[in-house]
Design a protein around this ligand. Structure first.
Ligand code: NDP
Length: 310
């Protein structure tokens, strides 16, 4: 068997296009653009790339977007004030705080300063509570929302299906489990204390890995014909590790030999290709959906604020 590749880039492009059309409608109806504000504290190079990417993607859909950059040494009060100003600014319908924050800042406190009605990341306790209770009006975190979109695109039957999620983070594993439960799947969540990971995973019709361990999920964890969603993004520089994880992917191996590094998921791609019916690649799977869903949430927030959306 050779799994079908679930192309996250193509699906994300479709969603961004749909958002761009929604933005045009919004402008026609309201006379103003939806807006996304991004707060970046410090100079972490990876975060700088992520926020530029988010701003660029938002601008491409026709939204307003701004990055508020604060120095790494900005104090608690300065950051909270900056978020407070954005929260009051009607040009911003969505606000996100790029993580990680410098060590001296309390991530939980800073993130919760974003009011729930602008919490397009869906990390606020109010959003999380609404998701848990199945109530409308909150925001669904972007990565789990993207996972569902990929599963729907793959036409994976969810009702009654055995779904196993490896990883119980607040931003991926837990919210993904709630979304899948709401779709009537039988959901099992695994974590570092799960006794027999292989046995549990190999029951899954749909297997979602969000762990942060390169290639943890091998072929033997995968039930033949399962749909596999690989959320992990891991940089690998060790040659022997890369040789194992890139087995059967000669072009990627060549690139590793040139650059000395590669990005892989939590699933061993070559082995999964032999067992799964459908599989997301890394990169190009879940990642692009996360940004697309951030834009989708921002448009949703703008529509709600204008009283034209659920
Ligand atoms: P966290 O680091 O917050 O959590 C990891 C989870 O994996 C924990 O629940 C942990 O268990 C579990 N775990 C760790 N080791 C094992 C093991 N050996 N067996 C079973 N479970 C294990 O993860 P995130 O969800 O934030 O991120 C996971 C990965 O997804 C990362 O690679 C990250 O970069 C990527 N990511 C990708 C995104 C995208 O857009 N594609 C978005 C967000 C994350 P325990 O709770 O017991 O510690």
């Amino acid at each position: 068997m050779s799994a079908r590749i679930l192309d996250g880039k193509a699906l994300a492009a479709k969603i961004r296009q749909r958002v761009a059309e929604g933005v045009q409608d919004f402008v026609r109806q309201v006379g103003d653009r939806p807006g996304l504000g991004v707060v970046l504290v410090g100079e972490d190079p990876a975060s700088a790339v992520y926020v530029r990417n988010k701003e660029k993607s938002a601008l491409e859909t026709g939204m307003h977007s701004e990055i508020l950059r604060l120095p790494a040494e900005a104090g608690r009060g300065e950051v909270l004030d900056a978020i407070g100003r954005m929260a009051e600014d009607p040009r911003f319908h969505g606000i996100l705080v790029q993580l990680p924050l410098p060590d001296h800042l309390d991530e939980e406190e800073i993130q919760q300063a974003v009011p729930p009605e602008k919490d397009v990341d869906g990390f606020h306790p109010v959003s999380a509570g609404k998701l848990l209770l199945g109530q409308k009006g909150g925001f669904v975190p972007c990565t789990p929302k993207g996972i569902l979109a990929l599963l729907d695109e793959a036409e994976a039957p969810l009702e009654g299906a055995e779904v196993v999620i490896v990883g119980r983070s607040n931003i991926v594993g837990k919210p993904a489990s709630l979304l899948l439960l709401a779709r009537h799947a039988t959901v099992t969540i695994c974590h570092s204390r799960t006794r027999d990971l292989e046995e549990v995973c190999s029951r899954a019709d749909v297997l979602v890995a969000s762990v942060g361990r390169p290639g943890l999920i091998r072929g033997r964890h995968i039930k033949p014909g399962a749909v596999v969603i690989d959320v992990g993004i891991n940089r690998v520089t060790d040659r022997a590790r890369a040789e194992d994880l890139l087995a059967g992917q000669p072009r990627r191996w060549q690139r590793f030999e040139k650059k000395g590094q590669t990005l892989v998921g939590d699933v061993h791609f070559g082995e999964a290709m032999e067992r799964a019916s459908a599989l997301t690649p890394v990169p190009g799977g879940v990642g692009p959906l996360t940004v697309a869903m951030l834009l989708d949430n921002t448009l949703e927030g703008a529509r709600r604020a204008a009283g034209i959306g659920g």
